[in-house]
Design a protein around this ligand. Structure first.
Ligand code: CLF
Ligand code: SF4
Length: 539
């Protein structure tokens, strides 16, 4: 295994969620607040970082993250985001990217179906916001780099702010141009910026970036990686000083930067990053990337989790990223972009009804708080449960969950395209990842050929919680050592997972079963692929 945890002390879990998100930068060497974004009173995160209050942060920070599905794990069960593909060009080359595919800064390798002008993009956002009232965030994440296309990016933000002021603005960048656009970012109240940072050592960087385009020339090798690194660090520091929340995305490339990501985590934390999102490399030969063609593999589920676990206690970790398309629409993990193609937009009679959106979001918030309360109640019950046994409080297992949203166990096994995975112990039920799978149920019948791949995707789990499951997959899961559980249909996930876990502990204690370690699982490479866009290939 390439992913090493040897340099990183294992820490107690500090996972992002309601009441758990802690702004980074407390007592750290970050630049002083530099005047601030006009709409946010100039409060830099440097000052916020020292306030780990109940709910671990000042109200204004909480207001920024509470309904952002990427910045709050709990929110991602309830709130949706969308991307508009207005930024086709890029100013660097990453070895995991083929320009005909989405930007790996923020997306998995699926091509963008349609590139949009800012006008088209804003029309689309308003239409989606009307149809999906829980859509709270617009992100610009490619298919190239948002800041390599500054005119289109900021024109989109400007127009949207006028037409739909309640929608949060978000962008993703490789960071090369970032220091030049911090003022614009603040001017348009872009509260959330993602920077992809895969290295803090140019010697590592030159294995990832063959070239950058810098000051009208192509720069290669070590020099290119050094410039990119310096610009990324400067941009991050400038955003921190201006109070913009930053998330760092890192692509885990086994044998290239796996051991190095702990260092990245430390350096970005030092500069005030709010979240660190460590994602698996997706590299298949058919994607046509340098890594894909040269046989560079991505990490297994266990390797990814080992690096993420090693980074806990440094920067807060995001583990619910879905590496979305640059034109994704919907909850994380679902893709409704096909419902909002340009030709369909023409047929829609769009009315932007802010009050209706707010009323709907109030219901969503109610449901989210109910999920949170159910989790707290289940945790309290679990912690007070004395299991008279020698099972030990340190027992932890992974549980896969079939859900279609709302934070509940509410999906049929055969309809799952993605399982959510929780690490459960007597004291915790933590979201630790997701696993994409091919649908088992095809037109009303189970496709038994798909079953082994579904089982491989959750092979590291002890149980799978489902709303319903057929006899055949039930038997196959049992034979593989994964317990299918359908008794919690409709329940909130954490409550169900904790209750199942406590039953599991009791069964071990009574001698009814023997706890066994599970094996590794396979991370599915690039689900959902759309037809190639010739425009995208030309970018
Ligand atoms: Fe988009 Fe990114 Fe904003 Fe989210 S995505 S620009 S921060 S609104 Fe989210 Fe998608 Fe992961 Fe990105 S799940 S790829 S982290
Ligand atoms: Fe591709 Fe994004 Fe890297 Fe540019 S920054 S090369 S678009 S992954």
């Amino acid at each position: 295994m390439q992913a090493s945890t040897s340099t990183a002390p294992m820490q107690a879990p500090t996972y992002i969620g309601i009441g758990q998100i802690k702004p980074l930068g407390a007592g750290l060497d970050v630049p002083a607040a530099g005047g601030g974004c006009s709409s946010h009173g100039g409060e830099g995160k440097a000052s916020c970082g020292s306030s780990a209050g109940p709910d671990d942060m000042p109200q204004e920070i909480w207001d920024k993250v509470k309904n952002h599905p990427c910045y709050s794990e709990e929110a991602h069960h309830h709130y949706a985001r969308m991307h508009v593909a207005v930024a086709p060009a890029c100013n660097i080359q990453c070895n995991y990217c083929n320009r005909k595919y989405d930007c790996s800064n923020e997306s998995r390798p699926g091509v963008v179906s349609q590139k949009l002008t800012p006008d088209q993009a804003v029309r689309k956002v308003v239409a989606v916001a009307s149809e999906i009232p829980q859509m709270t965030v617009l992100g610009i994440a490619g298919p190239g780099d948002a800041l390599a296309n500054p005119a289109k990016t900021f024109e989109t933000f400007r127009m949207l702010q006028e037409q739909a002021p309640d929608i949060k603005l978000c962008l993703s960048t490789n960071g090369l141009a970032l220091p030049d656009y911090v003022d614009e970012i603040c001017k348009y109240n872009v509260d959330h910026v993602t920077i992809t940072i895969n290295m803090v050592d140019p010697a590592v960087g030159e294995k990832i970036y063959p070239w950058i385009f810098w000051e009208h020339r192509r720069v290669r090798g070590y020099e290119a990686a050094k410039i990119l690194h310096e610009r990324q660090m400067l941009g991050l520091e400038m955003l921190t000083a201006r109070g913009v929340l930053t998330k760092i995305n890192s692509v885990l490339i086994p044998g290239v930067n796996d051991e190095h990501l702990y260092e990245v985590n430390r350096e970005v934390k030092k500069r005030g990053a709010f979240l660190h999102n460590i994602m698996p490399l997706i590299s298949e030969p058919e994607h046509g990337t340098y890594f894909g063609l040269s046989g560079q593999r991505g990490p297994s589920a266990t390797e990814l989790k080992a690096v993420q676990d090693a980074c806990m206690g440094g920067a807060n970790l995001m583990r619910h990223c879905r590496q979305c398309r640059a034109d994704a629409v919907g909850l994380l993990g679902e893709d409704r972009s096909e419902e909002f193609t340009l030709d369909k937009l023409d047929a829609l009679d769009v009315v932007y009804d802010l009050e209706k959106r707010q009323a709907y979001q109030a219901q969503v918030e109610h449901e989210r708080q109910a999920q949170h309360a159910a989790k707290e109640e289940a945790l309290a019950a679990s912690r007070s449960l004395a299991v008279a046994d020698d099972v030990g409080d340190e027992l932890k297992v992974l549980v896969a969950v079939a859900t279609k949203g709302g934070g509940r166990v509410n999906e049929h096994f055969g309809h799952v395209s993605e399982f959510q995975v929780f690490e459960v112990s007597a004291a915790q039920a933590l979201f630790v990842g997701h696993r994409r799978v091919d649908l088992y149920c095809q037109g009303g019948f189970g496709d038994d050929e798909q079953l082994p791949s579904v089982v491989r995707a959750i092979n590291d789990c002890h149980a799978v919680l489902v709303a319903k499951i057929g006899a055949c997959p039930r038997d196959e899961l049992l034979a593989a050592g994964v317990e299918p559980v359908d008794q919690y249909a409709g329940d909130f996930i954490e409550k169900a997972a904790l209750e199942w876990f406590n039953g599991y502990r009791s069964r071990i204690a009574s001698g009814a079963i023997v706890h066994q370690h599970r094996g590794d699982a396979q991370i599915r490479q690039g689900a959902y692929t759309h037809g190639a866009d010739p425009m995208a290939q030309a970018a």
